[in-house]
Design a binder for this molecule. Structure first.
Ligand SMILES: Cc1ncc(COP(=O)(O)O)c(C=O)c1O
Length: 359
């Protein structure tokens, strides 16, 4: 507390990110990172952008990110996009923050699920947005009917949802978007590449739909911080206007070069996500054999509950064995562990450790 703080700061409830421990030789399954390195073409593109002497660092980067937008357009070529339909930013968290500021500050409440990405309430606190949490079903599914007919100043949900990993089919997303033509509906697709369908194709038909994606997960670039949004040019203009009131150069030279190379290496992307999907399915079966109830996941993590063991204690016991997973001390989900998918060796070590603990 300080007399120097702006009034809003006193009431903020900041998001607490998963731990980034300094210890080495840990199996880190707590923040949904990709366990593999990014495409070698990313590293080559960053080296090429930097050059021998790094002279480029003396210059400001492209404020618009034209080359990155062109790479996004190439990746989504079967669904033609124009640069005016794309906003790029320094991580999807920052893109989401810009979205909350630019599109959700209305008098009616913003709607989002009660079990979801816990950053959303923090943005609401920061931008003074009232919100209503819509309970997910007992099995953590989002029920489309619960959003129908509810007055709102916008709707946001991840697809697949976090931390459950459950995904809605595109037809359900379309039902939500078409039922609320007066509201912006934002689909946060941080994990979409691990088994769900993107709603980007719907943005051509629905001017109230905005899709947000990140390169942190399926392109193994959590450390580079690149995200983007796709939607109607009017929505994108709102984001650009807000962005140009706080930082014209959201992405640096290296992030712009690396992100474009990651989008262009489709073979690496396909191979990587298939490996993670296979490990997820295998780990789900193995945990089931140990008595865990595993929510069916379309993401790069699983959400699991053991009827005979407290999740918090399990997380602690895993930690003693140098394996870190995520436990949320929150109503409805404090009996669950969220486990990011690691390499097959990391998943095997987790199963061995859990076998010792619960077996
Ligand atoms: C649902 C969801 N959206 C967005 C993000 C943010 O990703 P990033 O800021 O790395 O792009 C995360 C990160 O874990 C997430 O779980």
């Amino acid at each position: 507390m300080s007399q120097f703080w702006s009034a809003v700061v006193h009431g903020l409830k900041p998001y607490s990110p998963g731990e980034q421990p300094r210890l080495t030789q840990l199996i880190k399954l707590n923040t949904n990172e990709n366990p593999y390195p990014p495409s070698p073409q990313v590293v080559a593109a960053i080296r090429a952008a930097l050059g021998e002497e790094g002279a480029i660092l003396a210059r400001y980067p492209d404020p618009v990110g034209d080359k990155l937008k062109a790479a996004i357009i190439r990746f989504y070529a079967p669904r033609p996009l124009r640069p005016q339909q794309i906003f790029v930013g320094n991580s999807s968290d920052e893109v989401l923050s810009t979205v909350f500021q630019a599109l959700f500050r209305h008098s009616r409440p913003l709607l989002f699920p009660d079990v979801t990405y816990s950053f959303y309430p923090s943005y609401c606190g920061l931008y003074d947005i009232t919100y209503e949490q819509v309970p997910v079903d007992e099995d953590f599914s989002i029920r489309v009917e619960d959003y129908q007919g509810k007055a709102n100043g916008g709707i946001i949900f991840p697809n697949p949802n976090a931390p459950s990993g459950r995904a809605l089919p595109i037809s359900d997303i379309e039902r939500i978007v078409s039922a609320h033509p007066q509201s912006v509906v934002v689909v946060d697709e941080a994990y979409v590449d691990f088994g769900a369908d993107t709603a980007i194709g719907l943005t051509h038909r629905y001017p109230n739909l905005l899709v947000v994606q990140t390169l942190s997960k399926s392109r193994a670039l959590a450390g580079l911080r690149v995200g983007f949004a796709v939607g109607h040019p009017d929505l994108i203009e709102a984001l650009e206007r807000v962005k140009n009131c706080f930082n014209s150069y959201l992405l640096d030279h290296l992030a712009l070069a690396g992100a474009a190379a990651a989008l262009d290496d489709v073979a690496w992307f396909e191979q990587n996500r298939q490996k993670i999907i296979m490990s997820r399915e295998d780990l789900s079966v193995r945990l089931g054999e140990l008595g865990f109830q595993v929510i069916p996941s379309q993401a790069n993590f699983i959400f699991a509950h053991h009827p005979d063991h407290a999740a918090e204690t399990l997380a602690q016991q895993l930690r003693e064995r140098r394996i870190i997973v995520r436990h949320f001390k929150q109503p409805r989900i404090d009996g669950y562990l969220r486990i990011s998918i690691g390499t097959p060796e990391e998943c095997a070590a987790l199963v061995d450790a859990l076998q010792q603990i619960v077996g």
